[in-house]
Ligand binder design. Sequence first.
Ligand code: HEC
Length: 162
Amino acid sequence: MKHPALTTLALLGLACLGSVVQAAPDDIDRGRYLVSIGGCNDCHTPGYAQVGDRIPERDRLTGDTIGFAGPWGVSYPQNLRLGATAADEETWLARVRAGGLPPMPWSALQAMTGQDLRAVYRYLRSLGAAGSAAPAALAPGQAIATPYISFEPLPPVTDGAP
Ligand code: HEC
């Protein structure tokens, strides 16, 4: 190309195209940071709430078979790695915007900027598929075949700890 400015423009164009096709390392680091401060592992990584960072990153975010039971029925923290590798970015963003059952902090995720949400998606994808799918949610009144944590309030205990 004769014109240096044109060459620069062409290179910039290629660089932009590259960032659409492939996640930049910066996105992945940002996604890792957001997942970390967002407390996502507490529910989506089995055992994380109990032992924290002793669970290596390669084993995280694979979902859990312990349900959360409440007036909504029973919800299960889904396998975020399978979810992100099975869906393209736009489908995944639409899933987050649609929301779902408690106690998933949907509003926290929906409050993120589009750029941050994409970074979360790219981080999840960078971890790759692992583990198996979590059980599907149950409607109120259905039989519960897994262990679960009850979100029903209990009355106060007046004579000693439970
Ligand atoms: C208090 C527990 C809890 C925390 C913390 C939590 N989640 Fe969830 N998450 C859930 C549950 C339960 C579901 C299933 C909800 C449903 O069935 O509608 C879910 C569902 C999802 C889904 C939909 C998955 C799918 O395939 O349908 C995404 C995406 C998600 N969570 C991402 C996150 C991210 C990112 C964070 C951290 C910012 C996070 N979650 C923190 C409990 C949690």
